[in-house]
Design a protein around this ligand. Structure first.
Ligand code: ZN
Length: 296
């Protein structure tokens, strides 16, 4: 892969387009990063660029703790001693990244889950920040975006750029993968409705290109979530375990899963089921050694 290229979005705001985009806010040579990329190499690339500019990284703000957003933290913090800010619930996963594959697997993660996509190198959060309002002594503001993960935030700059982390997935990815990782469906739907009301800013999703309006993208995301819930309702007319349900959804959508996608999506299916149980759409049947979900 070639060197990272910095794209300017506004007066002081830029981003590195990468597998996970990295936001940059620069003033007087001082740099605040919004996430640090998907791995050590991302950290190395950012450091190289910043050095060439004779800029200095002061702070990394992590939108959430998923490995593909904190992957460059350790490399950058080791070399610069920069501060790292994150919300209270995301912090333990950044300080102790082993929690991520453990959490997704629902128990001690087998060896094949201990890879860079689910397990980042540990770094140290120096500042636990609220999930909304001004971020420390910076001109940036946090915007609460719960749903994709425990306490995810967006970051808004004073020059009108909003980094939306993983709250919004671009349409082509939605229609390619159909089911994408979510932790809390109800919160996520509320987050999407809230984001739709925002105007006069540029939106930068972590996995896509910046856009001026997100109404359409938000609607595509909401519609797909509703569609998956409808599929689950349909499949569970005959009681199914969560694993059987995932298998049937994959066959309906023609999806092949690798080991990481398997735990991510099984965890997501459980989130859908929890939401649909609360909505009284499905019920639970404990049947000998099986836990089955049945449409009511
Ligand atoms: Zn992500």
């Amino acid at each position: 892969m070639g060197d990272y290229i910095l794209t300017q979005l506004s007066n002081h705001t830029y981003y590195f387009a990468a597998r996970s985009n990295i936001g940059v806010y620069e003033e007087n040579g001082e740099v605040l990063l919004i996430d640090s990329g998907s791995d050590k190499e991302a950290g190395r690339q950012v450091m190289k660029f910043v050095k060439q500019q004779k800029w200095e990284i002061k702070l990394i703000i992590n939108t959430h703790s998923n490995a593909d957003h904190i992957g460059g933290n350790a490399f950058i913090q080791k070399r610069t001693g920069c501060r790292i800010a994150a919300t209270e619930l995301e912090t333990p996963f950044i300080n102790h990244p082993f929690f991520e594959p453990s959490f997704l697997n629902g128990g001690y993660p087998h060896k094949r889950l201990q890879n860079k996509f689910l397990l980042a190198a540990p770094s140290q959060v120096t500042d636990i920040i609220p999930d909304s309002g001004p971020i420390l002594d910076t001109p940036l503001e946090a915007l609460s975006l719960p749903g994709h993960f425990l306490q995810m935030i967006g970051v808004q700059t004073p020059d009108s750029v909003l980094f939306t982390a993983d709250a919004l997935i671009p349409e082509e990815i939605v229609n390619k993968y159909h089911i994408f990782y979510l932790y809390d469906i109800r919160s996520h739907l509320a987050t999407l409705s809230m984001l739709k009301e925002r105007e006069n800013i540029q939106f930068v999703p972590s996995h896509g290109v910046p856009v001026r309006s997100i109404t359409e993208m938000a609607d595509v995301n909401i519609a797909k979530i509703m569609e998956i819930a409808e599929q689950i309702r349909d499949i569970c007319r005959v009681p199914k375990t969560a694993e059987e349900l995932l298998e049937l959804l994959c066959s309906r959508y023609g999806l092949e899963l690798n080991g990481n996608q398997y735990v991510l999506l099984l965890s997501t299916i459980r989130a859908y089921l929890a939401y649909m149980l609360e909505e009284k759409i499905v019920e639970i049947i404990y049947n000998k050694g099986r836990m089955e979900w049945k449409t009511r």
